[in-house]
Design a binder for this molecule. Sequence first.
Ligand SMILES: *Cc1c(COP(=O)(O)O)cnc(C)c1O
Length: 382
Amino acid sequence: MTLTDLQALEADHVIASYARYPVELVRGEGLRLWDAEGNEYLDFLSGISVVNVGHCHPAVVAAVREQAGRLMHVTNLFYNEPAMRLAGRLARSSLGGKVFFCNSGAEANEAAIKLMRKARPRGEIVVVHGAFHGRTYGALSATPSEAKQAPFAPLVPGFVVVEPTAAAIEAAVGDRTAGVLLEPIQGESGVHQLPVEVLAAARAACDRSGAALIFDEIQTGLGRTGTMWAYEQTGVVPDALTSAKALGGGLPIGALVTGPRLADVFTPGDHGSTFAGGPLIAAAANASLDVLEDPALLVRVGELGERLRDGLRALPGVRNVRGVGLMIAFDVDGAPALVRRALLEQRLVLNATGPETVRMLPALILGEAEVDDALARLAALL
Ligand SMILES: *Cc1c(COP(=O)(O)O)cnc(C)c1O
């Protein structure tokens, strides 16, 4: 089928919830992608921080092949070793409590919302402007965006939206608060780090009131910022975190990971999902973690992030270069048009999070050569 055939099928039969570029991708390896015409691309988006280990990482591919030939699905009425092992690894790498598996980031936040409300049946959940927590009803209700929310009213009640400041969060958290849900670095809003004093104020307010503090680490986690989890760099430890995106090495999985305090809030029957924690995806996730848990790789993420930000600061028209590790954004006039030209003229995959913001989320296995290559392709456009 040609691209024109695909576009005709889309026009007739695919619900138009995405605006696509006129490119059909057919193969990937590391930071490289190829389209149906054989053109090679340099990928600095990683499927929105999903393939942190690079496309088709050999260890992930081998694990999937092996597990697919053995057993793909059993339901959670039975044990499967890959999922139990993955839960142990996730908990031990972070908050030390227990894990609930699901299939996506939004689902991980749904689980977090239910957990907060069951742990402290007060109802209110405090979130901040600029947050993105997903598209399902609970997650959407926690995502204060007029454009995303308004067509779908009424939303889930009980979400309190405040500015991402210490004073606003302190004032909002009280007797009626079940919990506070925050991204340590807001991703979809254009890579905006919440200052440590804001996270610390949320922690203190939750400790004072008995509310739960949960970090959405769906984008920031799994090595993206140069540590396994972004909270490790803040000195603020949440009561639970949510993960997804890169967790499955390219396959769909989400997880809610608790600390000890929230580990036993859910009891049998409280929550569940047919596919969640299946052996195939858990095997992929374990293989992906083998790559990402390498301390040397995490150090490299920090170094290469610096190199990329330094290079971006030297480019004409580029403003407000920001980010931590390899979660990076900058402002530029006409960001969506620049991203389109980068793709079609320079074969460099980037992402615009808004009219003036370009985001970069390359695979964490890249090297200096790929950083410099991306900078050169970008420079050719500016
Ligand atoms: C991507 C993302 C989500 C939603 O994840 P899905 O898998 O698309 O449901 C939630 N929170 C953050 C911070 C994200 O980056």
